[in-house]
Write a protein that binds this ligand. Structure first.
Ligand code: SAM
Length: 595
């Protein structure tokens, strides 16, 4: 996730009208301050999925309906229209009603203050509220369910408005004290001051509603209650992230009351996370409670010295495109034999000047957990952490991590599940869904395989695993991971699953089980059509975006009439999993079987 960079903070939004209840559902596409086309990583941000960048166009109607029936409309506009257009109709529901004319004073005005009550959590964990008299939806960052507050309308976006919270009248339900000193300003953890039980409740509710309203599954279906599983909470709610990406910046974010203290120069330099809503302002952080203690030790060491004028280091300025240090990526793995933490430190710089980094390397390499110091050189003006060239400044080129008994090598830019602890849980659930016979007879197709983790954890029980992935480094990691673990029945193939050709299926035998784990935009319609033609008996859809997940489940199960596509799957179970406490992200594991 990137902290919402204004320019790049585009997302898809879904809105639903139901019985005069306007319920917004937001697709989680807008974390893209930096889009790493080839890597699946994002800068100075928490979640690390790569995705096609999507522009949002809020297309739901600006009026209310009095019809009891349900109306869902959204317009998803995307940059590469020709390709992505195909996905657009997915958001419409079959049971539309005609909206009625809107009252003329329906929209609140910019700067208008409103008394609001937050009803639920939506897109990016923003509080969803309705203007009492009109039902008009407003979104408020950091408003939490049950909170009554005064908000000022900051902008109208399509057919909803954003408000800034001015004053809490009565606090939200389930209030707890946020343990992190940066919680109120950092865009990473939005809900630290909401009890964890309430967080998972809100996530579960969100998935439930999306599956009904976007996925077109009926809550009245007696089977539905069996299909929807309760969310699996994460037992560890801090220090769970094995990867964090911090940004260096020339403009330290300051609270309004301290803005007059801005001094300029070195005093304004920052290393931390982007302040929400700013691509150029960085909230300086000394410590992040989500990452490992060892990673915090490294962060503290870097913070302690990087501004020292004697070192001659400068942060990259995103306005002038000058400066050297762009990002600091910290990855934590564990030694396969001892289980002790091992750390990779990755400096992303605008040019290759190892002599400038050497003093930092000397200090960091003395931390016992650090086994790898990497320099990715990225000369582009973009915000990506993926370098055109990668250099090893100290130690190894990768770190290791053990997942379900398999040891994985992870290099700087490879995708790896960010919460190792909960990935164990996730992969166990996937294996349960796979329902393997255990006789080594089944073929598994692992789509969006990253470094091959899911397929490799199943390989020993099946005949063969075929993994597909776009990022070359991930494919080489996957092959190396197979070899290192003595797995010879896994084949990893590089390819863009958004651009599959007609002969895609000629590359592997018909699978018994398909696992598809796309990033946030979900599956391309081409791939969905292919899967519907392939008719694998069992399809496990792993998703990090419940909105696109619901849309794709709709296609797979109910088809898409406009495109003459017939669904052929039945949703057998949908299991939300909380991989990222205190953030709005939700993972889901869905089992589909042929009807
Ligand atoms: C959510 S990750 C899942 C990775 C893997 N299944 C795991 O659990 O570690 C999605 C993966 O899809 C890859 N990816 C994204 N778009 C792709 C595309 N169009 N074609 C192939 N792979 C893609 C990303 O690089 C990333 O590794």
């Amino acid at each position: 996730m990137t902290q919402s960079n204004k320019k790049e903070n585009d997302g898809k939004t879904l809105y639903l009208y139901a019985k005069n209840q306007l319920t917004p559902f937001f697709l989680f596409f807008s974390f893209a301050a930096s889009f790493f086309a080839n890597t699946g990583t994002a800068m100075a941000v928490l979640p690390n999925y790569g995705f096609r960048r999507l522009n949002s166009l809020l297309g739901f109607q600006k009026y209310r309906t009095t019809s009891p029936s349900f109306y869902c409309c959204a317009s998803l506009s995307v940059e590469k229209k020709s390709k992505d257009e195909e996905l657009q109709p997915s958001i419409s529901t079959s049971n539309r009603s005609t909206p009625k004319t809107k009252p003329s004073s329906f929209f609140p005005k910019k700067n208008q203050t409103l008394e609001l009550v937050c009803e639920s959590l939506g897109f990016k964990g923003k509080g969803v509220c309705k203007v009492e008299e009109t039902g008009f939806v407003v979104m408020c960052d950091r408003a939490l369910p049950g909170e009554r507050f005064i908000g000022r309308v900051t902008r109208k976006k399509g057919s909803y408005a954003e408000v800034q919270k001015l004053k809490t009248i009565t606090p939200h339900n389930d209030l707890v004290e946020a343990p992190c000193e940066y919680a109120s300003a950092c865009g990473g953890c939005k809900t630290q001051n909401l009890s964890y039980e309430a967080q998972v409740r809100a996530k579960e509710q969100q998935v439930h509603e999306l599956v009904i309203h976007v996925g077109n599954f009926s809550a009245n279906d007696p089977q539905f209650a069996n299909v929807m599983k309760p969310i699996v909470p994460c037992d560890i709610q801090f220090n769970y992230r094995n990867k964090m990406e911090f940004s260096f910046g020339t403009l330290k974010w300051l609270p309004v009351e301290e803005l007059h203290e801005r001094q300029g120069g070195v005093n304004d330099y920052a290393l931390g996370l982007h302040a929400p809503g700013f691509f150029d302002k960085v909230l300086n952080v000394q410590k992040c409670l989500l990452q490992s203690e060892a990673a915090n030790t490294v962060l503290a060491v870097v913070q302690d010295c990087w501004r020292d004028p004697e070192l001659g280091l400068s942060p990259y300025c995103v306005h002038k495109h000058v400066g050297f240090l762009k990002h600091l990526m910290l990855r934590t793995g564990s030694d396969a034999k001892t289980g002790s933490p091992e750390l990779m430190v990755n400096f992303v710089t605008s040019s290759y000047k190892p002599e400038l980094l050497q003093p930092l390397v000397d200090k960091i390499s003395s931390i016992s957990e650090v086994v790898s110091i990497i320099n990715n050189v990225n000369t582009s003006v973009g915000n990506t952490s993926v370098g055109e060239a990668e250099y090893i400044l100290y130690g190894k080129s990768s770190i290791s991590e053990v997942l379900r008994g398999i040891t994985f090598q992870i290099s700087a830019n490879s995708f790896f599940q960010t919460n190792t602890y909960q990935a164990e849980v996730l992969y166990r659930l996937i294996e349960e869904c796979a329902g393997l016979r255990g006789d080594g007879s089944e073929v598994v197709l692992d789509l969006f395989c990253g470094t091959g983790t899911i397929g490799l954890t199943l390989a020993k029980k099946v005949k063969h695993v075929y993994g597909y992935e776009m990022v070359p480094q991930s494919i080489s990691d996957a092959r190396r991971n197979a070899e290192n673990n003595g797995i010879s029945n896994a084949t990893f193939i590089r390819g863009d699953l958004n651009k599959i050709s007609d002969n895609f299926g000629d590359q592997f035998p018909r699978p018994d089980i398909v696992i598809s784990d796309p990033n946030r935009p979900g599956m391309h319609l081409k791939l969905i059509k292919y899967l519907l033609k392939l008719r694998a008996p069992r399809l496990i859809y792993v998703s990090c975006n419940p909105a696109t997940c619901a849309r794709d489940l709709d296609y797979l199960c109910h088809g898409l009439e406009e495109k003459n596509i017939k669904g052929c799957y039945k949703l057998k179970s949908l299991q939300p999993v909380d991989m990222f406490p205190h953030t709005p992200h939700i993972e889901c594991v869905c089992l589909l079987e042929l009807e």
